[in-house]
Write a protein that binds this ligand. Structure first.
Ligand SMILES: NC(=O)c1ccc[n+]([C@@H]2O[C@H](COP(=O)([O-])OP(=O)(O)OC[C@H]3O[C@@H](n4cnc5c(N)ncnc54)[C@H](O)[C@@H]3O)[C@@H](O)[C@H]2O)c1
Length: 433
């Protein structure tokens, strides 16, 4: 394939060498003449393991060259990959000037060019950028998106220092596209790269890099906060985190990662509080650990606001325990919300096959006595009766039996779990989707 690469920095230089090594014909473009000269001398623009040999070899095979001439680069290729910088502005906003300048330049060349052209945004850009780039190219070229050209979002996941190895073995290759032909072309471009090919909606592809990097930053900070607690207490932090990482069931796993409602139950709130207090009493500052509870409270408040906004005064709740398959009500986050709704004059009825007030004992009983003393009056034994009575139905846990509910189109549904059965209904709203 014939590919032009805009921006010959870390991402562009590695892409240039590796795509050439995979047999493609590459033209690099950069506004810095020195970078263009280096590539044309068979030298990399960056210091990175293996890239010097790759560039030298591919240059000698005649597969790579560079130019400052955008016309030549776009006109002689069928794909343009944008790898220009996207720095932060002074207030932290993303600066997309280089991306838009490149889009404008590509559009001007496409005005005269025949054939379908794919523009792939490899730089890290926020959602919405792909559509803006498409509109700019349409305006500059007079051509139509998805007829004459397509814009795909194709974020890069390499890390400096291991960039070539990461290029060939990424966690996955992401293609965000709204065009079948472009999807096929991009799948072929990366056919020799490891990991799965994930073809997704454009905004998903645009956002994922930010989510990945924010989480990576959170991992570093969390590990360091654990380290500071351990050091103060004379506990080996690396041994603690080794054990932490050994748990691939709950810790390093997809578990707990689905957007939904607040956490609760008898353990998470209590143990988090204990760790916070331990850090506080030991004069250790752990801002991330300290902020977890506030974020969880925000989830409960957000649900309350969502319910209030619906303006439906009869609320039916499916499931009151903190998760399906248990009668444990201790710190079940929905209890907080129900209590507030009742305080605001809402009528609430609850179905939960596992919860019978007469059978509650011990701490579970005293929790309900303190936070929802009239639960007995709210509980109804028949879930369909609750659904028929309510104007608004809250699906609070994932018990499969709720799939059987018959809910009329006039009802509002707030789903905290993501039941596919109700998703298309007129009154349906997911808590976080
Ligand atoms: N460096 C990384 O590890 C890494 C990893 C993944 C993603 N990214 C993202 O990839 C993008 C590029 O990052 P980088 O580290 O390679 O940046 P970089 O600063 O090393 O390189 C960007 C290059 O683009 C060139 N450029 C600017 N405007 C241009 C234009 N109009 N036409 C042609 N060239 C132009 C610059 O001269 C520079 O050489 C950024 O969005 C970054 O966030 C970087």
């Amino acid at each position: 394939m014939k590919i032009s690469i805009f921006g010959l920095g870390y991402v562009g230089c590695v892409s240039l060498g590796c795509l050439a090594q995979n047999g493609n014909q590459i033209i690099g473009v950069d506004v810095e003449p020195l970078k263009v000269d280096l590539i044309n001398q068979g030298k990399p623009t960056i210091i990175e393991k293996d890239i010097d040999n790759i560039i030298a070899e591919q240059h000698s095979l005649g597969r790579i060259r560079a130019t400052a001439n955008v016309y030549e680069a776009v006109n002689e290729t069928e794909i343009s990959i944008i790898c220009v910088g996207t720095p932060s502005g002074p207030e932290g906003h993303l600066n997309l000037d280089y991306i838009f300048k490149t889009a404008q330049q590509i559009g001007e060349v496409l005005k005269e060019k025949d054939g379908f052209h794919v523009v792939a945004i490899r730089s890290t850009v926020l959602p919405g950028t792909n559509m803006k780039v498409g509109a700019m190219i349409e305006e500059a070229s007079g051509k139509k998106r998805n007829v004459d050209f397509s814009v795909v979002s194709n974020p890069e996941f390499l890390r400096e220092g291991t960039a070539v190895a990461d290029y060939y073995n990424p966690p996955y290759t992401v293609i965000g596209s709204d065009n079948e032909k472009a999807k096929q072309i991009m799948t072929e471009v990366y056919s020799q790269v490891g990991g799965s090919m994930e073809i997704v909606d454009i905004p998903v592809a645009e956002l994922i890099k930010y989510i990945n990097n924010s989480y990576h930053a959170l991992k570093v900070v969390f590990g360091n906060e654990v380290g500071s607690v351990c050091k103060k207490l004379g506990i080996d932090s690396h041994e603690v985190m080794r054990l932490f990482c050994l748990d691939t069931k709950l810790n390093l796993s997809p578990y707990y990662f689905k957007p939904g409602f607040a956490y609760g139950g008898s353990c998470l709130p209590k143990d988090l509080k204990a760790l916070k207090t331990l850090a506080h009493d030991s004069y250790i500052d752990v801002p991330v650990i300290n902020s977890i509870e506030a974020s969880n409270t925000r989830s409960k408040n957000a649900l309350l606001e969502l319910i209030l906004k619906k303006g439906k005064m009869k609320v039916g709740v499916m499931g009151i325990s903190f998760k399906a398959g248990t009668d444990d009500l201790r710190y079940s986050p929905i209890v907080d919300v129900i209590e507030k709704l009742i305080g605001k004059g809402y009528e609430v009825k609850v179905f939960d096959k596992n919860v019978h007030v007469s059978r509650l004992i011990g701490k579970n009983k005293s929790f309900i006595k303190e936070f929802l003393p009239h639960l007995d009056n709210l509980l109804i034994e028949d879930m369909q009766e609750v659904a028929d009575w309510a104007d608004l139905i809250i699906l609070n846990n994932s018990d499969k039996m709720y799939r059987e509910l018959k809910i009329s189109d006039s009802k509002a549904i707030v789903d905290l779990v993501r039941f596919p059965e109700f998703k298309g209904m007129p009154g349906y709203e997911g808590i976080l989707w």
